[in-house]
Design a protein around this ligand. Sequence first.
Ligand code: TMO
Length: 324
Amino acid sequence: MSNIIRKLLNIVSVTIVIFSFFSFNNANAEKCGSTDPIIIPLHNWTSQLVMSHVVGQLFEKIDCRVFYEPSDVQGVFESIRVGDIIITVQIWERSFSKLYKQALSKGGIVDAGNHDAITREGWWLPDFVIKMCPGLPNWEFLKKCSNMFARPDSNGKGVYFDGPVEWLHDTRRIEALGMNFVTTNVKNVNDLWVEIENANKAKKAIVLFNWSPNFTDSLYGGQFVEFPEFDKKCEIDKTWGINPNMTHDCGDPAGGYLKKAAWEGMSKKWPRAYKLLKNINFTTKNIGDMAVYVDVDQMPYAQAARSWIIDNKETWKPWLLNLE
Ligand code: TMO
């Protein structure tokens, strides 16, 4: 073959590739409703990151484009309301319902339904710690055994490892229940898992903020600390509960919802993706598994999502039916 013919052939094949790429994209756009990407927020805990990629990859299966945007979890509902971000797939009742309700009342954001998974968040003990102090996970025994939870820099007080400060957790409970504990906020969420692993290796007691579903469910067993049962009055009425002078003398609610929501304009702009979002419904096991791919198997988030999709076809295939 002469050089000129080879060059011509190259140009032709490159042109075909470019042409088919664009026409392919146009066909896709028609099916999806818009060529604009559906913007999906990324927060800082594993199951949210993997689930967001799973949902994004399912959107791509129905010919929509997606864009992942790192996002501050406190500001995400406001961004959705104004259409800067299009969906969110993990609204945890305990952490985010206040902000979510405020956004709903202002308008621009719509509820896209609940997952089957029931959520819980709060003070948590792995099984190996529960065995160290008989009576755990009852809080009165945690209080009694506080010295087991001390660290070199805590002046003999027990240490409660809490999430990053930007999660805005209330720490009044320690004082309200007269517990000899101090709070240490981790910098990165992953530090929580490093602390459990270190404690497990050293057979040292640890109590930390955790949630379920999470990868720890299958790796460490574990239970949430049983504080006096949550009551709405506990957070606003000082006289309620065992401490007559302080609010927050109770635990976190035992079960909460996990919701999805979307920008109000989504159903018009990307109608099939909106229906798919409404169909999407993860169980506790689905969500724990998503975190295991990353926090145990060390996969990157997008790859973890691909693995989850390959391993769980029977779960998501029905969600893609009847999108018209
Ligand atoms: C909302 N979170 C799972 C981090 O507690």
